[in-house]
Design a protein around this ligand. Structure first.
Ligand code: AMP
Length: 178
């Protein structure tokens, strides 16, 4: 294995573009080549979470479903817990729900009412920032349970969709920008 640190450019080069998936006009960013590479997977987690001191974060909150992959690994790296924000109807305990418009379609997401303690320091994480609707809805849920959002982190940002604008009240980081 190449021991030099993984760069964002290396990750960017491994992301596969799938035109017209899941519907015409959408350029789907396929991250499976990044996930399948031991080096790039570890590098992606370092680039997503490495700037936070271990122990400084209470929970990494991942968004259903690809956000789970990065959030759980980042939580392990930071000595934090993992919290899922799931699609409506999947969480077994009492939930809060939030609906929003996607780049394609609409969605409702949910969080357990007791997912974090009030004032908990959390990072919200997903694979990709497009219009920002998903992350804004997840941030709204976190506000409702009184979490303190330290940062919202994405592996990929589609900057031309200006999703950052909808998250302007939070620090937002992305590893790779298209
Ligand atoms: P948005 O709410 O518009 O920011 O969309 C972000 C969510 O939709 C993320 O959970 C992504 O996984 C998914 N998504 C949106 N657009 C794409 C895309 N072009 N390629 C891959 N995933 C996408």
């Amino acid at each position: 294995m190449n021991p030099s640190p993984v760069t964002a450019a290396e990750i960017k080069a491994a992301i596969r573009n799938i035109p017209d998936f899941p519907q015409p006009g959408i350029q789907f960013k396929d991250i499976t080549p990044v996930l399948a590479s031991p080096r790039l997977l570890a590098g992606a987690i370092d680039l997503l979470a490495g700037h936070h001191a271990p122990g400084s974060i209470d929970a990494v909150v991942g968004i259903d479903a690809r956000g789970f992959i990065f959030a759980a690994a980042a939580a392990l790296k930071l000595g934090a817990g993992f919290v899922p924000v799931r699609k409506k109807g999947k969480l077994p305990y009492q939930t809060l729900e939030q609906s929003y418009a996607l780049e394609y379609g609409t969605n409702t997401i949910a969080i357990h009412v007791d997912a974090v303690k009030p004032g908990a320091r959390v990072i919200l994480m997903d694979d990709l920032l497009a219009t920002g609707g998903t992350a804004a809805a997840a941030a709204e849920l976190l506000q409702k349970i009184n979490a303190h959002i330290v940062e919202i982190s994405f592996l990929i940002e589609l900057s031309f969709l200006e999703g950052r604008r909808r998250l302007s009240q939070y620090p937002v980081r992305s590893v790779v920008v298209f």
